[in-house]
Design a binder for this molecule. Sequence first.
Ligand code: ZN
Length: 369
Amino acid sequence: MQDFLRQTISDLVAIPSPSGEERGVADYVFAKLRAAGLAPQRDADDNVWVEVGPRGAKGRLHVNGHMDTVVAVDGWQTDPLRPVVKGGLLYGLGASDCKAGLAAMLWLAPRVRPTVRVVFSWTVCEEGIGHAKANGSRAMAATGGDWAITVEPSCDAQGPQLSIGTQGHARATVKFAGKAAHSSRPDRGENAVLAAARFCLEVEKLNAAFPEQHLYGGAIARATVAPTIIAGGRLSNIIPDSCEVTVSRRLAPGETQATFRAELESLLAGAKASFEIAGDGPCAMVDTAGPLFAAAKRAQVAVCGAERCSFQRGRTDAVVYAAAGMDTMTLGPGLGPQCHVANEHVDLTAAAKCVELLEKTIDGLGDRK
Ligand SMILES: [Zn+2]
């Protein structure tokens, strides 16, 4: 299986797939599924999926990974699109996020023997927002289901961890209003840039005060908040009368957009400012008393000898399936800290363990013995 993973991840890394340009990867996945004797389906956006398991079975599980990658960041020591294997690590853009997961699903789809229906899907436009095509997971989630596993990176050097939850996200656009004046007489104006700057410092204090949350199995979650974009002012000799700040708020378990709204209202009390909030919504937490997590725990003990849990920072499509009412967890062969960094790599030994773990989880779901 490790040979299969090495070859398939290498093939996938060599096919560029920035968001919106996943066609080459979709062609590859579709052809491999056909060659394995399955009957994959595909839509106009290049989402590919295949459904396996007994017809008429009770219960439906989604297993999903995204085909798109971010663009290469600075600092690569090799060509990001030419896979290199060194010391058990495979280097290449998307190796961990999420092409190892895509390869894992290509291994699993023809091999699993589940007692529930399983929809494997390879979808488009997960990375970032504002693409020409819709996020493919939304279309998959809309077909309904009971459980979902996103194969995003959840391994570290010791092997796979069960990710019991994924951070939620909200973002706010805060508009500060001021009063223009000649810059030789700032006292006659109201400087919106200064108001925004003071606000940003308060946001950082709020961030520093968030506590760690200790969750099931030793997993740790923590909320964060940070100003990420600031724009204001028009000319060097005018006191600015407007300034806009974008704030990114990562939600910990139990928090919602309303939590963030209340924080902003408190920070902006008395300021000439207004704000709007958008985002994905709250954390996607697996039900630690539910059948999906039970199957994953049994599989982890069988494959790795003991349970190990983590909490996923950053957004994944787990939130899409959770919002559609499914019990959702993240479990995938990539290395968590390798997302969106130079010299991205995947540990092939940990990846192989994770694929075994995924297979046992999928086959053990619904098995109540
Ligand atoms: Zn990803």
